[in-house]
Design a protein around this ligand. Structure first.
Ligand SMILES: Nc1ncnc2c1ncn2[C@@H]1O[C@H](COP(=O)(O)OP(=O)(O)OP(=O)(O)O)[C@@H](O)[C@H]1O
Ligand SMILES: CC(=O)C(=O)O
Ligand SMILES: [K+]
Ligand SMILES: [Mg+2]
Length: 574
């Protein structure tokens, strides 16, 4: 079998009717590198082969032998990391970046992808739908053409009462004793001592004597008069109104709720936008109960041909009180520390974060730690020591993913901030492993059927085996990613390579600790799948002689209906 130089393959492309110069075979994108043609799309392997064969037979470039190398749907970043650092050096903690004006060019997005961005988050609070569509298009283009596999998440605006950003002065100072008017009436520019709220009914049910808190304590006011729907409030604790500052009302030490729906009309339109753009995740802001999550999931089930995962953002007091039902109903959780800090005293945030992280792991749902991880890097090129400690603590807690917000969206040093996350998480993962601090948690039983319970037991035994034997990697063959996430839940030392033929599962697994998802065509014959993928990995130099791989599968085809064929095997590469 011959391997051709890149330039030679380019020439074949130029001459073959089935290839075009945009590196497409039958309209599907392929990459040319290392003398091989690769394609991430399912079912393209054979078509690609036919195309090269046709080119060879037509005598293009005198081509007699050919090789089409399906690159296993391996993304280029994971591949590079494996080659550079080996199995045990691969980063386990996933990284999410909020995309904003500071990082939305194709080049910026490519740099973020190269530095390890697993998921790109688009916050629907900001910018236009056209802007978001453009960014999503660029990410998909990079995935297709450059071999990345960055998932896309949209984050809903949610119903929240905040100050309308007039864009004029970036922040307003409220002095002690000054009286301000809070109104929902629209006005242009700025008016002295007047603040516009975004929601018409913001003052409904509010009484004289209630406390108005800005951004969880940035400033405080007492309602001294109600005139129509306007509130006149006296500043009792001076501070700043930042752009889009959040307003919350308190009476007798308790938060007043406005009963706004979790998804507003605009949010539903954004959800439909996400469906039409084929996003991978929808993060739902200000979730208060499981029902709102279920409503969104039902909507997606009915409307989207693709399986879009719903992440519930924990950022209200109410959601903490119903945490378990919310985790159960959703496909993952975001600890949205920014808004959570408005409703929960700041000193409680660290323990709340650890509790949520542990619960998510027990219930086998991925969890993202978000907001202010490296806040100072919005302006400065190095993080504070406290920020690095915070990031490391989230990694030590075994969160699935860490998220950048303003650091990447509007910051001056977004790329560097991502590298800080990358290095800090790799360092803490190594330390935890070497110090053997891999705290195993008592996993609760999740499934109700026998086969679900067996899958859970197989995965926890497999991880124990993998750790005890010191194997180099775990390979799992999984239909919808369930087995891969059950393995991830046990936080093994070696990385988990998850082979799946479901492209939605592949993109969803981008958020799971320690999982490297790989898209392949899986046949019914499991042994054939295993030997095919191991062979391909070996041919590509990704596994080497003497390395040991623990193989777990949930796919064995069988006619014996009463037998569960999930299995664990250890393969030594020869
Ligand atoms: N698409 C965008 N266009 C313009 N600015 C953006 C965009 N996305 C984020 N930003 C800016 O980056 C900052 C941080 O973004 P981020 O989405 O994390 O926080 P947020 O606005 O506080 O909202 P949320 O609570 O939903 O996270 C925002 O305050 C905003 O100024
Ligand atoms: C991420 C987010 O929404 C928050 O921290 O509030
Ligand atoms: K949001
Ligand atoms: Mg928020």
């Amino acid at each position: 079998m011959a391997v051709y130089s890149d330039s030679m393959l380019q020439k074949i492309f130029a001459k073959s009717p089935t290839f075009d110069l945009n590196k497409r075979v039958f309209g599907k994108p392929v990459t040319i590198s290392g003398g091989a043609i690769s394609c991430n799309e399912r079912n393209l392997k054979s078509k690609g082969k036919i195309a090269v064969k046709a080119a060879a037979e037509a005598g293009v470039m005198g081509l007699k032998n050919y090789e089409v190398n399906l690159d296993l749907g391996f993304d280029v970043v994971a591949e590079r990391e494996l080659r550079e650092k080996g199995f045990l050096g691969m980063r386990k903690t996933k990284l999410v970046c909020t995309i904003g004006p500071a990082c939305c060019s194709l080049e910026d997005l490519e740099r973020l992808a190269m530095r390890g961005m697993n998921v790109a988050r688009l916050n629907m609070c900001h910018n236009t739908r056209e802007w978001h569509r453009d960014v999503i298009g660029k990410i998909k283009k990079l995935n297709e053409e450059k071999g990345f596999s960055v998932s896309v998440m949209i984050d809903t605006e949610g119903s929240l009462i905040h100050v309308v950003d007039h864009g004029v002065p970036s922040s307003l100072k409220a002095e002690e004793g000054s009286v301000w008017v809070f109104t929902a009436q629209k006005f242009e520019g700025s008016r002295p001592f007047t603040v516009q709220a975004n929601y018409q009914g913001f003052s409904e049910g509010i009484m004289v004597g209630d406390e108005l808190v800005i951004d969880g304590g940035m400033a405080r006011f007492e309602v001294v008069e109600k005139m129509g729907d306007d509130l006149h409030c006296k500043c009792t604790d001076p501070g700043l109104f930042l752009p889009r500052a959040k307003l919350s009302f308190w009476r007798d030490g308790k938060l007043s709720y406005h009963g706004l729906p979790t998804l507003s009309t605009k949010d539903w339109a954004d959800v439909d936008f996400g469906i039409s753009e084929g996003v991978d995740f929808i993060a739902m802001s200000f979730v208060n109960d499981a029902d709102s999550v279920k409503d969104l999931k039902n909507h997606l089930f009915a409307k989207s041909s693709k399986s879009i995962r719903v992440l519930a953002k924990i950022e209200t007091l109410e959601s903490l009180q119903k945490l378990e039902e919310i985790v159960e109903a959703s496909d993952g959780i975001m600890v949205a520390r920014g808004d959570l800090g408005v409703e929960v005293p700041l000193e409680q945030i660290p323990t709340v974060q650890e509790d949520i992280t542990r619960l998510c792991r027990q219930m086998n749902k991925p969890v993202i730690i978000a907001s202010q991880l490296l806040e100072s890097m919005v302006e400065y090129p190095t993080p504070t020591r406290a920020e690095v400690a915070d990031v490391s603590e989230a990694v030590r807690q075994y969160a699935d993913a860490l998220m950048l917000s303003g650091e990447s969206a509007i910051g001056l040093h977004g790329q560097k901030a991502l590298s800080v996350l990358q290095m800090a998480s790799s360092r803490m993962e190594l330390w935890s492993r070497e110090e053997n601090r891999q705290s195993s948690i008592s996993n609760r039983q999740l499934g109700s059927s026998l086969s679900d319970c067996i899958a859970e037991e197989i995965c926890s035994c497999a991880v124990q085996m993998a750790n005890n034997l010191g194997v180099d990697a775990i390979f799992v063959y999984t239909k919808h990613g369930e087995m891969a996430s059950l393995l991830s839940r046990n936080r093994p030392y070696p990385p988990i390579f998850a082979f799946t033929s479901d492209s939605d599962a592949r993109m969803a697994l981008n958020l799971q600790w320690g999982v490297i998802p790989i898209l392949v065509d899986l046949a019914d014959d499991m042994e054939a799948n295993i030997s095919k993928t191991i062979d391909l990995m070996r041919t590509n130099g990704m596994v080497k002689e003497g390395e040991a791989v623990l193989v777990v599968s949930d796919l064995t085809a069988t006619r014996a209906i009463s037998t569960i064929f999930q299995s664990i095997q250890v393969k030594i590469i020869v």
